[in-house]
Design a protein around this ligand. Structure first.
Ligand code: VGL
Ligand code: ZN
Length: 189
């Protein structure tokens, strides 16, 4: 169950886009069951007046992370395509802050903090604690949580609201351990 959030909290929903969900170009296994959990957290954040941030992977068609350019991934989350749209089951309120990342064709950016101005935005809003969920646990969620710790936010990972890609078996568990070591608090169901 979601914690009661307040205006000094931010909920960061990472990359809940069609291409990372069932049937998508880079589908994360069992991604769709996180939707109701995320929606409960979004409602709680709304009620408490917390900042709600939704990041999206937003690549140009020739992004360097794509296989045709020697990168590790199939083409995914190409700007203005259906695959890059937020999943229709995600209930984002009109006040949510949408941040696009991965827009430079020559640079990979996994973290929602990387080049988006998120740190400054959260400081300006008086945010001290962040709550992170979304996709994928072992890439963009992990990078976002580690950056949040680097920026000295009290950082909570909502474990039931995230899933790993697990390109290599064990990546999800290793990501959790790295976050724990960095001082993140893992919220269990
Ligand atoms: C992501 C792989 C490639 C993510 C983005 O959102 O975790 N993973 N691009
Ligand atoms: Zn990507």
């Amino acid at each position: 169950m979601p914690t009661t959030l307040s205006p000094s909290d931010a909920l960061i929903v990472v990359d809940v886009q069609n291409d990372f969900c069932a049937g998508g170009a880079l589908a994360v296994p069992e991604a769709n069951p996180i939707l109701p959990e995320l929606n409960r957290w979004i409602e709680s954040a709304e009620r408490g007046g917390a900042v709600i941030v939704a990041s999206r992977d937003w690549h140009p068609p020739d992004h360097m992370s794509f296989r045709e350019r020697g990168g590790p991934w199939p083409p995914h989350c190409i700007q203005d395509t259906e695959g890059a749209a937020f999943h229709s089951g995600l209930r984002l309120p009109p006040g949510a802050v949408v941040l696009s990342k991965g827009t430079d064709p020559e640079r990979e950016t996994y973290s929602a903090f990387d080049g988006t101005g998120l740190t400054e935005r959260l400081h300006a809003a008086g945010v001290r604690r962040v709550w992170v969920g979304g996709l994928a646990l072992d890439y963009c969620v992990k990078a976002t949580v580690l950056d949040a710790r680097r920026e000295e936010f009290e950082t909570h990972l909502i474990e039931p609201a995230t899933r790993p890609v697990e390109a290599k078996a064990g990546d999800g568990d290793r990501a959790l351990e790295a976050m724990r070591i960095a001082g993140a608090i893992i919220e269990h169901p």
